[in-house]
Write a protein that binds this ligand. Structure first.
Ligand code: PLP
Length: 278
């Protein structure tokens, strides 16, 4: 397998990360995960826009323009013959003697590689179990940064309790999942946290909101309380790799009928049609 390293393609086992790479030592960097369907990257432009935005928010200069990066990533997918899977793309601020402030002479380091993965078809049909957990992350969750310890700890708490996702809450309000956005349906209305600094502005979230509008499903972007989440008719999570996944239980309590609800199904069907179009 070839990986993209700066602007070269090299075999994966030849890539080396310096011990003073700032992504490695400080989590000083950003990333994206892009889904590949039928050999084509889904919503690639939106991912590259968010990547550039994350870079600018942490005052990091990227070595490639979005246009150049698109060409490189397309070549990577082609070279590795990836048809179903994901592309992982990251940029660290680069390598310099360990010190917190931005180094003066430091070039950001881009790495990308491909992973084969089939679609989560069983999960889409049967749904997942979730827990609730306190959102202990920082206040810039809109930046897709390499600092994922808050998400790692929350996801592990879910796994420890036999679940697949942790739904996070801050001051009694649901923000998002450890690696997903969270939606609930109450009396036919779709409710999800607004795209502010407390959540990642998910690309799948945006696609789902657009599809909901096209389907005539009323949408409210506001943070539901944890209590409201428990009383919801339907709950689902979205992400690049999980797509639109129903949540059938939270903290051991059944959501709705305990099976994927009608609004979730409608959005799943609409999403299915969207695959390959964007
Ligand atoms: N929220 C968080 C915290 C995430 O890490 C992710 C994806 O990794 C998402 C939401 C979903 O974002 P996207 O739909 O762009 O994959």
């Amino acid at each position: 397998m070839q990986i993209l390293f700066d602007d070269k393609f090299i075999p994966r086992n030849q890539a080396r990360v310096d011990i003073e790479d700032r992504g490695y030592q400080f989590g000083d960097g950003i990333y994206e995960v892009i889904r590949v369907y039928g050999g084509k990257m889904f919503c690639l432009e939106a991912h590259l826009r968010r990547f550039a935005k994350s870079a600018s928010e942490i005052r990091m200069e990227l070595p490639h323009s979005p246009e150049r990066l698109q060409i490189l990533l397309e070549e990577l997918v082609r070279t590795n013959g990836l048809t179903e899977g994901n592309v992982y793309l990251q940029a660290s601020r680069g390598t310099a003697p360990r010190n917190h402030p931005f180094p003066e002479h430091c070039r950001s380091q881009v790495v990308a590689y491909t992973m084969e993965a089939s679609r989560p078809l069983q999960t889409l049909k049967e749904g997942i179990r979730a827990i609730t957990d306190r959102d202990i992350r920082w206040l810039r969750c809109d930046i897709k940064s390499l600092n994922l310890l808050g998400a790692v700890l929350a996801k592990q708490n879910a796994v420890d309790r036999g679940c697949q996702e942790a739904i996070l809450h801050r001051d009694g309000r649901v923000t998002e999942g450890s690696s997903t956005n969270v939606f609930m349906v109450r009396e036919g209305t779709l409710i999800t946290h607004p795209a502010d600094n407390l959540i990642l502005h998910g690309i799948t979230r945006e696609v789902v909101l657009e599809l909901a509008r096209e389907e005539g499903i009323p949408v409210r972007e506001e943070a539901p309380s944890v209590e409201a989440l428990f009383r919801a008719d339907e709950v689902f999570i979205t992400s690049t790799t999980m797509e639109v996944a129903p949540v059938i239980s939270i903290d051991g309590r059944t959501v709705g009928e305990g099976s994927p609800g009608p609004v979730t199904r409608r959005l799943q069907n609409a999403f299915e049609k969207q695959i390959g179009k964007k």
